[in-house]
Design a protein around this ligand. Structure first.
Ligand SMILES: Nc1nc2c(ncn2[C@@H]2O[C@H](COP(=O)(O)OP(=O)(O)OP(=O)(O)O)[C@@H](O)[C@H]2O)c(=O)[nH]1
Ligand SMILES: [Mg+2]
Length: 350
């Protein structure tokens, strides 16, 4: 499959067991395999017990092996996704998916060797008691392959759940809507696309990357991404929600619409918003970022006039004026966005 074309939603089918869940599952399976009533002859008893123990051991091994295989497969899927998803995975788990897949494959191979060893030791036991001892110890060893990785497995599980909720970000042009919390990012994406993120009047209403699409068929599509708000603080102090926006900006942005809110009800001062603008500019480069003043319906005329000049002076670009709520300026904004699309996809132009 082509690199980067795997959608994160396919990860939904990988339900990863925690060690607890696996243990309970193994326990249930083992209970369902009962030793049949003792036969009359001693020799037959040994054979019956051994066969039961072998069946139980195989059941346990198969479950752990199946879980391992599932984890490896999920990691390999992530490994072939867009680097953006891989980096998100790494921030969650602390290790790259490819490296983890490699470790789990080695583990799986070792586990198989040990399983085969235990099997032959049970088979060669001469006493029922010995066979049971070998079995018990072997069961523990097989389970320990999962148990000693239980912390990292839980992290993988969480990361897979997080990733599977990520939208499909593939498109011919990616435009990210960024800015401090509450400037109207989500309101804007609902105006331009069919995306319907939650909109409310408290910071960090948006906690995930939200995608909306503008179809340019038959020439492709534009992906618009609504991102969690960014605060004016250094990267090291950013919370995990902000970091999602940072990763998206770093890896995905062709262009960024940076929203300012200088309305009467603004949440943050202009100076703070400008600092965040500068951070984003530094992250992605000044050629990709465009200032937009939102909420002009709730901004006094003279304030607006003043800040058009101030922002142009501070950023070197004339800000676009919009009201995402009322719809002002959106035609112009769309024209700018589709202009970027044609610029990037010259060869596709009709
Ligand atoms: N007056 C006015 N209010 C707006 C406009 N756009 C958004 N709002 C209001 O601003 C508040 C925040 O809007 P959101 O779209 O949720 O802002 P956000 O930037 O996505 O906020 P976070 O997800 O918290 O970062 C809501 O109460 C919106 O109704 C606008 O153009 N004019
Ligand atoms: Mg929002």
């Amino acid at each position: 499959m082509e690199m980067g074309r795997i959608e994160p939603s396919i990860l939904k089918k990988y339900y990863i067991y925690t060690y607890r869940e696996l243990y309970n599952h193994v326990n249930d399976r083992l209970k369902s395999i009962q030793i049949p009533p003792p036969p009359s002859k001693r020799r037959d008893l040994l054979i019956t017990v051994k066969n039961t123990l072998l069946a139980k051991l195989a059941a346990c091994y198969n479950i752990v092996n199946r879980e391992y295989t599932k984890i490896i497969e999920a990691l390999e899927k992530i490994e072939s996704m867009h680097p953006f998803y891989q980096e998100l995975f790494k921030t969650h788990v602390g290790v790259e998916p490819g490296e983890l897949a490699r470790r789990f494959r080695i583990n799986r191979r070792n586990m198989r060797r040990i399983y085969l060893d235990i099997r032959s030791n049970i088979k060669s036991s001469l006493l029922v008691r010995d066979a049971i001892t070998v079995f018990r110890r072997g069961l523990g060893r097989i389970l320990s392959f999962y148990k000693r990785n239980s912390r990292v497995i839980e992290k993988i599980k969480e990361a897979i759940i997080e990733l599977s909720k990520m939208p499909d970000i593939t498109g011919e042009l990616v435009v990210i809507i960024a800015g401090m919390p509450q400037v109207g990012k989500s309101t804007l994406i609902t105006r331009l696309t069919r995306a319907r993120p939650e909109i409310a009047n408290y910071p960090f209403t948006t906690k995930n990357i939200i995608a909306g699409h503008i179809s340019m068929e038959p020439y492709g599509r534009i992906v618009l991404l609504d991102t969690p708000g960014l605060l004016d603080r250094p990267l090291e102090e950013k919370n995990p929600i902000e970091l999602k926006a940072i990763h998206a900006l770093k890896h995905l942005a062709d262009k960024v619409l940076f929203l300012f809110d200088i309305s009467i009800n603004r949440y943050y001062e202009y100076s703070q918003q400008l600092r965040v603008y500068r951070d984003v500019e530094e992250l992605i480069g000044s050629d990709k970022i465009y200032p937009v003043i939102n909420k002009i319906d709730a901004t006094p005329e003279n304030t607006l006039k003043k800040y058009v000049g101030v922002i142009e002076g501070d950023t070197g670009r004339k800000p676009l004026l919009i009201s995402a709520l009322r719809g002002d300026g959106l035609d112009q904004l769309l024209e700018m966005i589709t202009g970027w699309f044609w610029m990037k996809n010259q060869s596709r132009k009709p």
